[in-house]
Design a protein around this ligand. Structure first.
Ligand code: GTP
Ligand code: MG
Length: 221
């Protein structure tokens, strides 16, 4: 239905945080509106795209990179902070350690990302209130101290999931409109798309999305 929807910008996002906090589930809920209960740790990096309409009516294609939280993948995922316009730093409200580790993830993002990257602190699994180990106030305090958007989500109930992606996009739009982010500079992770460029981008995505092995058998990439 929306397959031919036009968009004005492409924003690149990255999702980071400890293994098991629900990064992949958040992305799946955002992209497809579904929840998958069994945890398959992400290997390296996966990505998905979705077109959204921000609160000021701008259509934006989000290109979201979902990273592996396991330490073994740190050096691989590090290169994906480059050219990211937005970052979701996710912890699990039922896992205190994942909240303590947010400090490390934030440092990773600040060292490896661009200085105008819009960051959101995301306390996931808000459906598990009885198992809560991190209060909403603790999350909010940390976010305020570090200039982050703050939101609690549930990938199970979908509570606040699309809002996270939208709020980050709205803040990026504000930075573009006030010339803090220049879309012509690649490192900001924002691309302005003309009508022709739009079609070009769609074509490239289809090529990239084609399953491997359809033309050459077994070759990687
Ligand atoms: P890595 O890929 O290893 O970095 O982990 P991840 O952050 O991508 O975690 P993933 O999305 O795979 O979720 C881990 C587990 O948490 C899954 O088995 C889900 O069942 C569960 N989970 C994720 N989000 C929620 C949530 O909002 N509520 C509840 N109750 N469980 C969740
Ligand atoms: Mg994952």
């Amino acid at each position: 239905l929306l397959g031919r929807m036009n968009y004005e910008y492409i924003f690149k996002y990255i999702i980071i945080g400890d293994s098991g906090v629900g990064k992949s589930c958040l992305l799946l809920q955002f992209l497809e509106g579904s929840f998958k209960a069994n945890h398959e740790a992400t290997i390296g990096v996966e990505f998905g795209t979705k077109i959204i309409t921000t609160d000021n009516g701008t259509n934006v294609k989000l290109q979201v990179w979902d990273t592996a939280g396991q330490d073994a993948f740190k050096s691989i995922t590090r290169s994906y902070y480059r050219n990211a316009a937005g970052a979701l730093v996710v912890y699990d409200i039922t896992n205190k350690q994942s909240f303590i580790n947010v400090k490390k993830w934030l440092e990773e993002a600040q060292v490896n990302g661009n200085k105008e990257m819009v960051l959101a602190l995301v306390g996931n699994k808000s459906d598990l209130e009885s198992k809560r180990q991190v209060s909403q106030q603790e999350g909010l305090d940390f976010a305020n101290k570090n200039g982050l958007i703050f939101i609690e989500t549930s990938a199970v109930s979908a509570s606040n999931v699309s809002q996270v992606f939208m709020n980050v996009a709205s803040q990026i739009i504000r930075k573009i409109n006030s010339s803090i982010i220049d879309p012509s500079i690649e490192e900001f992770g924002v691309r302005k798309v003309g009508t022709m460029g739009d079609q070009g981008a769609l074509r490239r995505d289809r090529v990239a999305a084609r399953p491997s092995g359809s033309e050459n058998n077994g070759g990687c990439c």
